[in-house]
Design a protein around this ligand. Structure first.
Ligand SMILES: C[S@@+](CC[C@H](N)C(=O)[O-])C[C@H]1O[C@@H](n2cnc3c(N)ncnc32)[C@H](O)[C@@H]1O
Length: 569
């Protein structure tokens, strides 16, 4: 928390210095490169640099006041609730707006040119231990809400149209806006060109009064620009996958760190790359927030840090997998859509599990697949605290069916020393699991069984099917579930971990993985009611479900008609 606060304090201090030192005439040409002469003078006559804004993340109001005081600022009034920034955060992070407590403060700054300007402070309260930490981390890194604002003096429609046209002529693109009836003011947002030198790209033009007619034209222009830009960004998605895969494959992240800026020449030398080219890759990755650029080189961001091989929860294997075999198979997506055949099988001549397992030459690939599954395991973080596991009796056995390399079973056994484990897997993967769970010190409490779904052993107390059913079509799922139901005694529990397609069409990672499953595995993601029907067909009942990170869910299932199908405890 100290780091978080001091991070906010240093950004706030930088913002205060910026507001104190800049004036309208010097700031405008930095934001609108090339603006000069009579046009600059006209703009300076018509509008004033009024504030710079930033978003901070205090644990409470007392800490916020202390942060302000530490920067020589005094709030003129208690925070007013923010509507616009709160909504933008809710949309960006797929949160309910009501969960986000965002206030606005506008402490004044006495400036070097004698003017009085303001720092606009948006404060999202992040109580200690709250899961808003991830929102704060992303926002600190990307600075979406940071902007500078100009207030237009004595606006009239002609002046306003002229100002908007001048901004556009010097590369600032319309980027939304709105009318605030409480203040009777109209806000026009712009994004300055990439050549802007001010350290800010987002520019606000605040116009006292109701100028919704001119705002409508500004918003139309924004909308018109959007489809082509949006499509270009989407069409180049493959470049993003390959840029990340190349970064991971060349182990560039491993040669960088989050604390230190590394020069491009040094990096090229360290990773054995052709000297000028890593800079182009790194600039692209800067745009994606994977690294950040400064005058002396590049620094790894928290996002980029996940591509280091030794990072906790490293996602490097996923980058290699999605940029490697699954990248090749995705080229056949059209074939899958047209014919119903699985593109991976068309490209590699066999089912992906067989392909990865068949050939000793592909052993590396199989290991990569197992490691890439483990790389998505942040989904498992809350699972050991599931009531079925916390309420399990002393000595109870958890059977992880197709448990992969044992990532989940290992977490369960570590969290619950009184439980035993049994991992059922295909032969090559069971060996990987044996090694990993052995290294974690679980050999004594864990049994390993090489086999097929038909070999689900009886006698377990808690059965787990994690990210297995989505690999298969409905008929095969029913078969697997029947094997489970047959093995389960009356009071046994089954935990099914899957992403669920949202019933209301809202955005979810499940929708993307549905496509991946169709193209590569011949499986699919499903809605909760679809799973409930499959369970029912196999003599099982869905009794409860709860969310997991990365849009995962844990479905609690019991045998239909078992003494008590209700969720416990
Ligand atoms: C998507 S992975 C999930 C692994 C693990 N449960 C997890 O969540 O990380 C699916 C697993 O199913 C295993 N599998 C595929 N076919 C199988 C079969 N016929 N019998 C047993 N396991 C199988 C694969 O080896 C693979 O590890």
């Amino acid at each position: 928390m100290i780091t978080a606060l001091s991070g906010d304090t240093s950004r706030l201090r930088t913002t205060v210095d910026f507001v104190r030192e800049q004036d309208t005439a010097t700031l405008l040409p930095l934001l609108l490169p090339g603006l000069d002469g009579p046009e600059l003078r006209t703009l300076v006559e018509r509008c004033d640099f009024s504030h710079a804004a930033l978003l901070v993340f205090p644990p409470d109001e007392v800490a916020l006041d202390a942060t302000l005081a530490g920067c020589g600022l005094v709030a003129d009034a208690p925070p007013r609730p923010s509507v616009v920034v709160r909504e933008r955060l809710a949309v960006r992070h797929k949160r309910c707006a009501a969960e986000l407590d965002v206030g606005i403060l506008r402490p004044a700054v006495e400036c070097l040119d004698g003017a009085r300007r303001w720092v606009e402070v948006f404060a999202l309260t992040v109580p200690p231990g709250s899961d808003l930490d991830t929102v704060a981390g992303h926002e600190r890194e990307r600075q979406h809400e940071a902007h500078v604002a100009f207030e237009v003096r004595a606006p009239d429609p002609l002046v306003l149209r002229g100002l908007c046209a001048t901004f556009a002529r010097y590369g600032a693109a319309p980027d939304g806006g709105g009318y605030n009836p409480h203040e009777n003011g109209t806000v026009f947002y712009f994004t300055a060109s990439a050549e802007a030198k001010a350290g800010y790209r987002r520019v606000e033009m605040y116009v006292p009064g109701d100028h919704r007619d001119i705002l409508a034209a500004h918003l139309d222009e924004h909308r018109e620009r959007q489809p082509a830009e949006t499509l270009l960004r989407l069409l180049t998605g493959a470049w993003t996958t390959q840029a990340l895969a190349a970064f991971a494959r060349l182990e560039v992240a491993d040669a960088m760190d989050e604390e230190r800026v590394v020069g491009v020449a040094e990096l090229a030398r360290d990773v054995g790359a052709f000297a000028p080219n890593p800079a182009t890759l790194l600039r692209y990755l800067t745009m994606l927030g994977v690294v950040s650029e400064s005058r002396d080189g590049f620094r790894l961001t928290d996002t980029g840090g996940l591509l280091r091989a030794d990072a906790e929860g490293s996602m490097r294997p996923l980058a290699l997998m999605y940029g490697g075999p699954f990248y090749e198979s995705f080229a056949g997506l059209g074939h899958t859509v047209r014919t119903g055949q699985v593109a991976f099988e068309q490209r590699f001549g066999e089912n992906h599990f067989d392909h990865f397992a068949r050939d000793p030459e592909l052993a590396e690939l199989a290991e990569l697949f197992d490691r890439s599954m483990a790389a998505g395991s942040r989904m498992f973080d809350p699972l050991p605290a599931h009531p079925v596991l916390t309420g399990a009796a002393e000595g109870a056995t958890v059977v992880d069916i197709a448990g992969g390399s044992g990532e989940l079973l290992g977490r369960i056994l570590s969290a619950h020393p009184r439980l035993h484990g049994l991992l059922l897997e295909r032969p090559h993967t069971v060996e990987t699991a044996r090694l990993l769970l052995g290294a974690a010190g679980h050999t004594e409490r864990c049994t390993f069984r090489a086999g097929d779904f038909a070999d689900v052993p009886a006698g377990g107390d808690i059965y787990v099917l994690s990210r297995v059913l989505h690999d298969w079509d409905d008929d095969r799922c029913r078969e697997i579930l029947r094997h489970c139901a047959r093995a389960m005694h009356d009071t046994a529990d089954l935990l099914v971990i899957e992403r669920l397609l949202p019933a209301d069409g809202s955005a979810s990672l499940a929708t993307a993985w549905d496509l991946h499953m169709m193209c590569n595995v011949g499986g699919r993601e499903r809605r909760a009611d679809h799973y409930a029907r499959l369970f029912a067909d196999a003599g099982l009942t869905l009794v409860d479900r709860s969310p997991l990170p990365l849009d995962g869910n844990v479905l609690h299932v019991r045998r239909t008609g078992a003494a008590n199908t209700a969720s416990r405890p």
